[in-house]
Ligand binder design. Sequence first.
Ligand SMILES: Cc1ncc(COP(=O)(O)O)c(C=O)c1O
Length: 364
Amino acid sequence: MSKLEYISYFRPEIDNMGGYTPGEQPKMANLLKLNTNESPFPPSPSVAETLKNFDCEKLRLYPDPTADEVREIIAGMFGLTKDYVIAGNGSDDILTISMRCFASADKPAACLWPSYSLYPTLAGLQGAECIKINLTENFELPVDLLAQAKNANILFIARPNAPIGNSFPRALMAEICREFKGIVLIDEAYVDFATDSCVDFVKEFPNVIISRTFSKSRNLAGLRFGFALANPKIIEGMMKMKDSYNVPMLTQAVAAATLRDPAYFADCVAKIRLAREMLLLGLYDLGFKVVESETNFLFASPPDGDGERYFRALREQGIIVRYFPGPATGKWVRITIGDTQSVARIFLATREIYKEYGQDVYEL
Ligand SMILES: Cc1ncc(COP(=O)(O)O)c(C=O)c1O
């Protein structure tokens, strides 16, 4: 064997996996970036104010390991105490902590499919099997979900689901939480754009974790802040698993500041909902299939059913959306909802691409 020959020191499961592919962060002129469900709006003015007044001298010290100030505010928002809350470096951190706590080589995880592709990746890193439970053709929960998930120790359900955008009935969710023998992690990354939440389940069910993020509705994807709510016994165990100082001091300060400005948050969410309805109607008029969305994105299939062609044609015009190849998703693209100007731009570009299919074209 030559000295230069590479010998892998990695666990085989790491060598054998591709790793997670994050959405592109392209740098191009005249870019309209609608591929990673970020907000088109800046963070609350209270964030800039906090950063301006931040005492840099404090960065000498480690941050509060348990992020108590912001956990206290979050707990208050939901009528809970802070022992129901854990803070994370983005909600991906919460998902990682949960996978590490509840999945292993002999404790499989389960998730719906299609859904957030980080779940199977995290299971793979953990050396755990991930049971993928296919949604129905209309992206609903299958009737035998519990039977399919029965060997799993943790079941991930994004509600509303990504990249599809639809939600699942609360009554069904309650039944799943009641019947499932392991942890049910309900990923509510997009819930602020939805009609309801399952957040109250944490009081009712000892096996439920709700995860949330500030990356979407709070316009703070660059900050990396997320949190989970669960029974204090679950939170106590998750605290053992997290990195000691998993949430930086600046992140904690900014997260607290944004929560002190609920009016700005409500205004941004209302604007996204309005823009979402405009684009939905526009795409319907161009002959698209569009899933009724409870998120800040639309899952849309063009009239010729060729998601990849639509993705590429938009890209030529500097509009980046997300395409997920594969039998269940290849006919679709996922479009992040921006402000009304970006809705107008993608609509006009789409109308041009599909002009032969247009019906009563909806004027923006
Ligand atoms: C369903 C879902 N959960 C979690 C996340 C991660 O969010 P965060 O930025 O808080 O890590 C995303 C990001 O796109 C997501 O789509």
